[in-house]
Design a protein around this ligand. Structure first.
Ligand code: XMP
Length: 525
């Protein structure tokens, strides 16, 4: 199954990225979207004449990938991409595919593999390298085993590196370009310029802006929903908040939001969400106060998966109960984002292992016979944030760190009690306050405190204490799939530990978690 081409391609200049499975394909799309270019990523298997006709791309990029073009059955784009009369850029594996398909030769990289930082030097001027080499050589990021041994007819060499004599090759008359390195990654500092040059010469006007998207999205929601009613599970997270506000702008009070308060929210969070959306933005919002139901069901439960299953099931029951009261609800709104829609290229074809079961509203639409409204399906997270700003959501909501559906339950390993949740909430609030005061909040992907199921001995004043230990976590990440711990200074950590112990009764020991993901996960359960 492939993600269908979006109708947005018909309204905007579209660039097609053919995905061969590189780890960094999404970054190509990110770089292009930053340049106000609308692009879609499609796996190579899905690119056929029909898709090309539907998208009518103004340019094509062939991504990198783990395969070797020398191997039989290795992935190829359809030959038609070279007959469209539009500029084509091949990156890494994409370069090798281009050379192989257009009559050149690629050989195995015995001893010539290059991984990591490299420096390229220009040999001839070339339009996509405009602004490169002004200061001499350029740093790039290489990651290849095989390499091009003979150029395809019509191509010339425009830049080289010590390990890649064909670092940049091109046939400028056809606007075919191919680079051995990855211009989309951070470690190719001037990569953005190369993309800018490429889209300029392809004739893009940069018509992809959040203002334009907002107007179109509103029209599409109206067309899809008509006068039916829509329900939305609002968590207060960025995605569901932006989706709800956008849909509300499109159809007003045909939308009802349900905020399920499971008693596992952070300090003052429920009041903030309800205050913001119901009182300030006038969204019809049901505040389902079900703390007793959830905490009762979790009483005595310490197994992580059992906790998740209980919360997931109750969430759906509660949501359904309230949704049933809304007569004529035909649609469920979801804040699905583009990274969830892009089909990943799998060579093994095997299913990936489930590490944890995420619940959210999975399974609800089928069960309730609802159709989905997913107005953020084409957007990346930072575009959702930009749209949120466009819609007037305050920065405090837009820049929030992710918060998991099961809430504090998975930051309280072992049995959950109201007392522990209360201690955890207060420790977490002090920690986040510290991070904000030090101006670090936006540098961190996610930060939170967890309360550990262990008491330790301490001494405060002249007395002995026997209280809980808490662990602080802060990670940097781009997508939550991998993460590294945030390198706070010792001063910051010392000051934070002192504040937590002084201000939060019930905690007498503070730890900082320096585990990356993998092997750890971001949450504790
Ligand atoms: P892990 O702990 O798996 O988390 O490294 C990766 C990211 O996902 C978030 N997370 C969840 N989000 N429902 C959600 O909506 C869940 O059940 C859930 N579990 C983890 C986590 O906060 C992190 O950002």
């Amino acid at each position: 199954m492939t993600a269908p081409a979006s109708p947005l391609a018909a309204r905007h200049d579209c660039l097609l990225v053919v995905d061969f499975g590189s780890q960094v394909t999404q970054l190509i799309a990110r770089r292009l979207r930053e340049l106000n270019i609308y692009c879609e990523i499609h796996p190579f298997q899905a690119v056929d004449a029909a898709l090309l006709a539907r998208l009518a791309p103004k340019a094509v990029i062939l991504s990198g990938g783990p395969a070797s073009v020398i191997d039989a059955g290795s992935p190829r784009p359809p030959a038609e991409v070279f007959d469209l009369g539009v500029p084509v850029l091949g990156i890494c594996y994409g370069q090798q595919v281009m050379m192989q398909m257009l009559g050149g030769e690629v050989v195995r990289g015995d001893g010539t593999a290059e991984f990591g930082r490299a420096f390229v030097t220009g040999s001839e001027p070339l339009d996509i390298l405009d602004g490169w080499f002004d200061g001499g050589r350029e740093q790039v990021w290489m990651s290849h085993g095989d390499h091009v041994a003979r150029l395809a007819p019509g191509f010339g060499v425009y830049a080289t590196s010590p390990g890649a004599p064909f670092a940049v090759v091109a046939d400028p008359s056809r606007h075919f370009y191919a680079v051995q390195f990855h211009p989309e990654v951070h470690h190719t500092p001037n990569g953005r310029r190369l993309y800018e040059n490429f889209v300029r010469l392809a004739g893009f006007t940069g018509d992809w802006t959040m203002g334009a998207f907002r107007d179109e999205a509103i029209q599409r929601i109206r067309d899809q929903v008509g006068d039916a009613k829509v329900i939305c599970a609002l968590s207060g997270g960025v995605d569901s908040s932006v989706a709800a506000v956008l849909i509300h702008e499109a159809i007003g009070d045909q939308l009802t939001c349900v905020f399920v308060d499971h008693g596992l929210m952070r300090l003052n969070e429920a009041e903030e969400v309800v205050g913001m959306f119901r009182d300030h933005m006038n969204l019809p919002l049901i505040h389902a106060q079900e703390q007793d139901l959830f905490l009762g069901a979790l009483d005595g439960v310490s197994d992580p998966e059992t906790k998740r299953k209980i919360i997931g099931k109750l969430f759906i029951d509660v949501f359904q109960k309230h949704a049933d009261e809304i007569e004529g609800a035909a649609f469920l709104a979801q804040g699905t984002l583009y990274p969830d829609v892009i089909e990943s290229v799998s060579f093994s074809g095997g299913p990936s292992v489930t590490i944890k079961s995420h619940h959210n509203v999975g399974g609800l639409p089928e069960k309730m016979g609802l159709k989905l409204v997913e107005p953020l399906r084409e957007l990346f997270k930072d575009e959702v944030r930009a749209l949120g700003r466009e819609l007037g959501l305050p920065d405090k909501f837009i820049g929030r760190h992710p918060f998991p559906g099961p809430g504090l339950a998975i930051r309280c390993p072992g049995e959950i009690t109201r007392e522990k949740l209360d201690i955890l909430r207060r420790a977490d609030a002090v920690y986040i306050d510290q991070i904000r005061r030090h101006g670090l909040y936006d540098e961190i992907w996610q930060a939170f405190a967890a309360i550990l199921p262990v008491r330790t001995v301490g001494v405060m004043g002249d007395g002995r204490t026997y209280d809980y230990a808490c662990s602080l976590r802060a990670v940097t990440s781009v997508d939550g799939m991998t993460a590294d711990y945030y390198p706070f200074s010792h001063e910051f950590l010392g000051e934070t530990a002192t504040r937590i112990i002084n201000e939060v009764r019930g905690i007498n020991r503070v730890m900082y978690d320096v585990t990356s993901k993998p092997p750890g996960t971001i949450e504790y359960e």
